[in-house]
Design a protein around this ligand. Structure first.
Ligand code: AP5
Length: 214
């Protein structure tokens, strides 16, 4: 099953993508996580990506498309994958479709996790991310067992640089302008499924499982 997660920053794409990946035993491919890992390692890609991410802007398409197209052709993606944070622009979606078409393949579902902007700002300020393994928590909804420490790997939890309220507002503007048009794009391809992302995380997941029909 080849799945794309759509939704505003903080809508819960990553949270749901991890659950989908676990349930269906397919890889979770998050472009945000890939960039953050590169930033942490100080790679050239990470240095370039950081200048855009810190301002709440999208990283240019040419830095992300080849990376994802290569990744989805790796062996562990044979039975499917869940893409989280990609595509984010119409040119990215068209490049992905063109690459898949050459492989005689296509996306099965684009799941849009729908959450109004006003909920997003509240969610993001409570999110904490692990510097070690990338796990995410929320200080109210999913707190770690020990404050500030990751349950999984024991490393420090931080507020992401781009989760500061002024950057979140910019990310929302960028989302509405550049990413929301993908909802129409995937509707026209008959693969769009909408879920209400304001529900409790487990309910959102059950709604997604119903849509995926497995
Ligand atoms: P990325 O990491 O992809 O950020 P994003 O899309 O802005 O998404 P987030 O990770 O912020 O949120 P999410 O929807 O995954 O929500 P989460 O599950 O964590 O990208 C970061 C940056 O990288 C971009 O701004 C861009 O610069 C660059 N980039 C990445 N991909 C790119 C691309 N393809 N092209 C160009 N640039 C790219 O949930 C959020 C919080 O809410 C958490 O604390 C969670 O615990 C909580 N929560 C989740 N679900 C619920 C619920 N149902 N109820 C209550 N709380 C909930």
């Amino acid at each position: 099953m080849k799945i794309i997660m759509l939704g505003a920053p903080g809508a819960g794409k990553g949270t749901q993508a991890k659950k989908i990946a676990d349930k269906y035993s397919i890889p979770h491919i998050s472009t945000g996580d890939i960039f953050r890992a590169n930033i942490k390692e100080g790679t050239e890609l990470g240095k370039k990506a950081k200048t855009y991410m810190d301002q709440g802007l999208l990283v240019p398409d040419d830095l992300v498309v080849d990376l994802v197209v290569d990744r989805v052709q790796q062996d562990d993606c044979k039975n499917g994958y869940v893409l989280d944070g990609f595509p984010r622009t119409i040119p990215q979606a068209e490049s992905l479709d063109a690459a898949l078409e050459k492989l005689n393949d296509k996306i099965d579902y684009a799941v849009n996790v729908e959450v109004p902007d006003e909920n997003i700002i509240r969610r993001m300020s409570g999110r904490r991310a692990c510097l070690g393994c990338g796990a995410t928590y929320h200080i109210e909804h999913i707190p770690p067992k020990t404050e500030g420490i990751c349950d999984t790997c024991g490393k420090e939890l931080v507020l992401r640089d781009d989760d500061k309220p002024e950057t979140v507002k910019k990310r929302l503007d960028v989302y509405h302008e550049q990413t929301q048009p993908l909802i129409d794009y995937y509707t026209k391809k008959n693969v769009l499924a909408e879920v209400d992302g304001t529900k409790d995380m487990e309910e959102v997941f059950q709604d997604i499982v119903k849509v995926l029909g497995a």
